[in-house]
Design a protein around this ligand. Sequence first.
Ligand SMILES: O=c1[nH]cnc2c1ncn2[C@H]1C[C@H](O)[C@@H](CO)O1
Ligand SMILES: [Zn+2]
Length: 355
Amino acid sequence: MAYNRTHDWLTRLPKVDLHLHLDGSVKPETILELALDQGIDLPVYDKEGLIPHMRVGEECGSLIEYLSKFDFTTRFLQSGEALERVAYEVAQQSAEHNCKYVEVRFAPQLHRNNGLTVEETILHVVAGMRRGQRDFGVKAGVIAICMRNHSCESNLEVIRAAAEYVGKGVVAVDLAGDEASYPPEWFREVFAESGKLGIPVTIHAGEAAGAMNVYEAVTNLGAVRIGHGVRLKENSDILEMVKDRRIPLEMCPISNIQTKAVSGWEAYPIREYLEHGLLVTINTDNPSVSGTNITKEYRVLSDRFGFTEHELVKLVMNGVDAAFMEENDKLLLRREMEAEIHSLGMSLWTENSTM
Ligand SMILES: O=c1[nH]cnc2c1ncn2[C@H]1C[C@H](O)[C@@H](CO)O1
Ligand SMILES: [Zn+2]
């Protein structure tokens, strides 16, 4: 059936988001309220005025510049109440874009300035997410992040706490932060522990450094998914390895352009990856830092790369396949999404399609 890819259609398309940072998803209006509640001074007291403090502009030149935006927001996320609230609001924002499943990631050690333990931060994020799931019908999982600039000891603490909550809201662990200055091989000891404890691993790699980091993440850190992987195209052997092992890539198009993972849209390898058979998924990374949402990501792809409706659905369903979810739950989600896509008047084009 011919389909008109309007704004409305892309909003209504059921979607998933596997790569979304909690501290990169806070609404400016929430910051205004949190600042008031917590008695923290703000540089300005209107929503529009806060945006430049939270969002990168056109001139963003690197991942390091991009990461500098997070310090502003994390100051307000130092209580259980604030963490629970923003996790709840992520579910709400996801529902507004018909995002059926979201994996929310956050770094527990960044939220301990007022004395929360790592376990408490996880408990509060899980509680907010569960409440959001109940009120907005968005399924969710939490990914606990180790930071590249943190000590091995502090990252091990995150891995061990996350392990306690696997099956109770936590679905995986991750490594984020300044990739160019902290290569993945420095974190072998940390991720040996996640291997021992049996927690799934995804690693930010091939974003601000080359394909070798993807190789290291997969072969030595146990990554079963890769955050971004944009620079994988720089090494065809590693690209083939990722393809053969069916490692999904969590690509975040708007963020990837802003952090200069590639020079511009013309060099963005998403069509190349998809046509080569890589398991590409589409995600937001940081809605409030990047000024994005999941509908906008799909719209950009449709506009810039001329993806067909079938290709867009393929990207959505790749996300379902790549989710850190129990197989039974995944089957239910897949069925729910396929039925909804079908009711939008679209035929399906997925390997698992029964149509
Ligand atoms: O795209 C990213 N690459 C590397 N690190 C990132 C990215 N987006 C967010 N982060 C960092 C900054 C946040 O404070 C931290 C935890 O969410 O993760
Ligand atoms: Zn990220």
